[in-house]
Structure formats: structure tokens, C-alpha cells
Design a protein. Structure first.
Length: 331
């Protein structure tokens, strides 16, 4: 029987994994460990391997050859991001790397819309007042989405879904992407540069992959281009925004607020309980003290449909490659 090993499995994934294994007559074993050189030996004896993690596998290219020596043909991430994997080293070892590029565009897109709604309606600020039994609304007048220009950086699968949702709510939607999609032109207008978008948008929402061109995409100079009453939403990858620059811009009143589902250095914080401990990430600690900042622990993907799709699509690809086939999700 074909055997597949899945790393970093959560309890909420188990049902989907068992269903897939039963339907495909495949043995799928799981653990709750991240895949790194010190845990790679666990893959010995398996035909396929699936991982999911936010920290890099490591800088030792030998780990990829180790998998090849075990007879493995692939390394699959059940997320869209593959920045944790050294693609060149994997290729050199003869491994096919795959991901799940569209487990559910709606999951992240709806998160971006939800966070935008909370920011423009001042709901975080109202929550703070209500918690102090202050029921006044003075100074917290909201804006309606239909009065806003929403700027999307990265109009791919997720960004395109964001565009449809905001367009449906009556917003003017603009986008910047090096690859223009004609099928989106009925819901958005492309601008020529990132700078054009930052200057025009009331809400800037980021939906790009993490790569050398997107790292530090939003830095100090970029934030200075934004309107002082504009908001920024990051539901992509943490390093797309320079956190230090964002903190400075918020303190200086250069932008009105931020909603962050992902931040630099999140691997040491997110999906962990740090109750009663001082946070080791000072910049995140500062952001958490700001009343106009919303932080969520990278849960934009975390819906019932998305979790099932991440499991099913990743395992489908593994089985396809094991059986000598090819997949559109390969790098």
C-alpha cells in the first residue's frame, strides 16, 4: 500500500485526512512536528511527503538529497507559500515541489473584507469604549465602503476575489499587478505603478506571494505615499511590510490604522500560547498597544472549506506524482 507522511498536522485536519485516505486506499500517517533536518529521518519508508509550516526548513541542502535517497519523488506544501522550501536545492535533488495555490480564495478574501469593515466602522475603538462602559459615539463617525477607493496589490486568485467582493459592495476598486487579468476589468481598474495605487487608495490590501520582489514591498517611503486617513490590510505574508516602518508610520499619524493577519517574525508567536509572558517581539508588542491596529494570528485561510481543500489537493498531487503523473501545481 502507498504510504504518505504529513508533518505539522492539526487536530482539525484529521477528519479530512482520514476521509481522503479511505477513498484512495492510501496509508496516511501524521505528526505534529515541523519538517527540518533533524526530523527528516521520519520520512524514511514513505512514498510521499506533505508539510505545512511558517519557518524555513533550514539552510542545509543535504536534507533534500536525503529525501531523494529515501526514494521520495516530491515535497508538497499544503499551503500556497513555498518560501520555507529551497526550491533550487529540491530541484537539484530531483524532487518535484508542489503547493496548493487556491485552496479557497474566498477564505482570505473574506478576511480582508471583514478587517476592512472593522477598521472603517471603528469597531475596535467602540469595543474599547464599551469595555470601559463608555457608550458615547462622538469622534468615531464611520465611512461606508461605497464611498471608498480600495487598492489591491496583487490581483491573482485571492486578490481577484477581493476585487469582486468589494465591487459588489459598491467600492471603487483599483489594482496594481505586473500581470493584468482581462477577466477582472469589469470589477477593477488597473493602475500603472504601486505608487499610483498608494496615493489613491483609502484602503490598501495586500495579496502577493513572498518572493524577492515582494519582500519589503511596503516600506517607510511607501507608507508616506498613503493618505493620512487610509488603512492597510495584510493577509499575504509578513515580510511584505517592514514592521518597523509601519510602527513609525502609525505613531506619526501617516496612516489611520492597520489590520495584520501576518507579520514579520510570526513563526515565534502565532498559533502558540504566550499568556502571561512578555512578548519577545517588541514591534508586535507595540502594535498590540495601538487602538487602531487589529492583529490576528494568520487565520485568513482557516475555514472549513479551505482546510479540506488544502488536505485534498495536496494529497491528490502527491499521489499523482507517485504514480508517475504531473500536476499544474509543480514549481
Amino acid at each position: 500500500m502507498t504510504k504518505i507522511l504529513m508533518f505539522s498536522v492539526r487536530d482539525d485536519e484529521e477528519a479530512a485526512i482520514k476521509d481522503w485516505a479511505a477513498k484512495n486506499n492510501v496509508q496516511v500517517d501524521t505528526n505534529d512536528l515541523e519538517f527540518h533536518p533533524e526530523t527528516a529521518h521520519l520520512a524514511k519508508g514513505y512514498d510521499g511527503l506533505v508539510i505545512q509550516q511558517r519557518s524555513a526548513i533550514g539552510d542545509d541542502p543535504k536534507v533534500y538529497q536525503q529525501l531523494a535517497d529515501y526514494g521520495l519523488k516530491q515535497l508538497t506544501s499544503r499551503t500556497a507559500g513555498v518560501d520555507t522550501i529551497d526550491l533550487a536545492a529540491a530541484k537539484a535533488a530531483g524532487l518535484t515541489v508542489t503547493n496548493v495555490p487556491a485552496y479557497s480564495p474566498n477564505s482570505v478574501a473574506e478576511m480582508a473584507v471583514t478587517q476592512t469593515m472593522r477598521l472603517i466602522r471603528n469597531l475596535e475603538l467602540f469595543d474599547q469604549r464599551i469595555n470601559q462602559q463608555d457608550f458615547r459615539w462622538a469622534g468615531l463617525q464611520a465611512r461606508e465602503i461605497r464611498s471608498l477607493t480600495v487598492g489591491i496589490i496583487g490581483a491573482g486568485r485571492i486578490g481577484g476575489t477581493v476585487a469582486h467582493l468589494f465591487h459588489g459592495l459598491g467600492a471603487k476598486v483599483i489594482a496594481y499587478d505586473v500581470k493584468k487579468r482581462p477577466e477582472l476589468e469589469d470589477v477593477l481598474t488597473y493602475v500603472d505603478t504601486k505608487e499610483d495605487l498608494l496615493k489613491q487608495a483609502d484602503v490598501v490590501t495586500l495579496h502577493v506571494d513572498l518572493n524577492p520582489t515582494s519582500q519589503a514591498l511596503i516600506d517607510g517611503p511607501a507608507l508616506k505615499l498613503m493618505k493620512s486617513d487610509a488603512f492597510i490590510i495584510n493577509a499575504s505574508r509578513g515580510p511584505v511590510i517592514v514592521t518597523k516602518a509601519l510602527v513609525a508610520a502609525l505613531k506619526a499619524g501617516e496612516i489611520a490604522g492597520a489590520a495584520l493577519d501576518t507579520v514579520e517574525g510570526e513563526a515565534a508567536l502565532f498559533n502558540q500560547d504566550h499568556s502571561g509572558e512578555p512578548l519577545q517581539n517588541d514591534l508586535v508588542a507595540q502594535l498590540m498597544q495601538m487602538p487602531n491596529v487589529i492583529i490576528t494570528p494568520h487565520v485568513g485561510f482557516y475555514t472549513n472549506l479551505a482546510v479540506k481543500n488544502m488536505v485534498d489537493i495536496s494529497l491528490d498531487d502527491v499521489l499523482t506524482i507517485i504514480n508517475g503523473g504531473s500536476t499544474d501545481h509543480a514549481f
